[in-house]
Each structure stands twice: as structure tokens, then as C-alpha cells.
Design a protein. Structure first.
Length: 147
């Protein structure tokens, strides 16, 4: 059951009084600042901060203007992409979809997809489920190298 702890009324205290603040050690083990994660190259012109999870992988990527993610498929993996900055053409099942900041596209498992950046650099967030081992391995190698 979902319980809303954000509401303050006569019978409830504010959230900051209901829960203990995390210790500095808990904070550092739980919260990740993506800028602190080493960048890894995903494709020419595409650099990303990879955040591994148990059942998903998060990628926060910078894509150079004019760069291209070739069309490919993930047979058993779903992907969602959110555009933070810039514009690009998402390619899905042979169709071009113009995407702008705030737009989200879902690439279903087994469907051909890719992306073409247009005139400006782009910042995107990709989420993969289940987790993407090849990206996570790149992240491990970058971290081990002090990247």
C-alpha cells in the first residue's frame, strides 16, 4: 500500500520530522553524482556516464552534433530515451522521429532502432531493462582505469 508522507496536516509531522536524515556514510553509499562517474565511449561522438543497476542500466550521454548510432536491435532488452538538450532523429522500425528536449521514446525489445544527431550536441538519458552488461563492463573498465 502506498502511503503519502509528504502531506503535513494536524495529525502528521513534516517529513523531516518523521524520518531520520541519512548519515554522511549512508549518503555517500546511496547517492550518486553522475558527473563523478567516468565517461565511456559508446560510439564515435557518444560519451556516457553509465549507472549499473540490478535489473536496469542508466546511461546519461553527451552526443556530438552529426554523430550517428547505427540501426541495431536488442532482442531481449527494452530501451527508453529522454532528450534533455538538443534535437535528434530517433529511428524506429524504419521511420524517423524528430525529438526535442522533454521528448521520450520507447524502443521495444526486438525492434530496429538508432539515432542521428542533427545540428547541435545532445544530452540524453537512456534506460535499459534488463540491465545492459556490455555498457556496465565499459563502466567497470573506466572506473578501474581511474577514468
Amino acid at each position: 500500500m502506498y502511503r503519502d508522507y509528504t502531506t503535513v496536516d494536524r495529525e502528521r509531522r513534516p517529513v523531516t520530522q518523521q524520518f531520520e536524515r541519512a548519515t554522511p556514510d549512508e549518503q555517500s553509499r546511496t547517492i550518486i553524482t553522475y558527473a563523478d562517474i567516468p565517461l565511456v565511449e559508446l560510439a564515435p561522438g557518444a560519451m556516457s556516464h553509465i549507472v549499473p543497476g540490478k535489473n536496469m542500466t542508466l546511461s546519461i550521454a553527451n552526443l556530438k552534433a552529426g554523430s550517428y548510432f547505427p540501426v541495431h536491435t536488442h532482442e531481449h532488452m527494452e530501451q527508453m530515451m529522454l532528450i534533455l538538450k538538443g534535437e535528434l532523429y530517433a529511428i524506429l522500425d524504419g521511420r524517423l522521429f524528430l525529438m526535442k528536449p522533454g521528448d521520450i521514446i520507447r524502443f521495444p525489445a526486438g525492434h530496429e532502432h538508432g539515432a542521428q544527431m542533427i545540428d547541435d550536441d545532445c544530452e540524453i538519458v537512456d534506460i535499459f531493462s534488463p540491465a545492459r552488461p556490455d555498457y556496465e563492463e565499459k563502466a567497470r573498465k573506466a572506473t578501474a582505469a581511474g577514468g
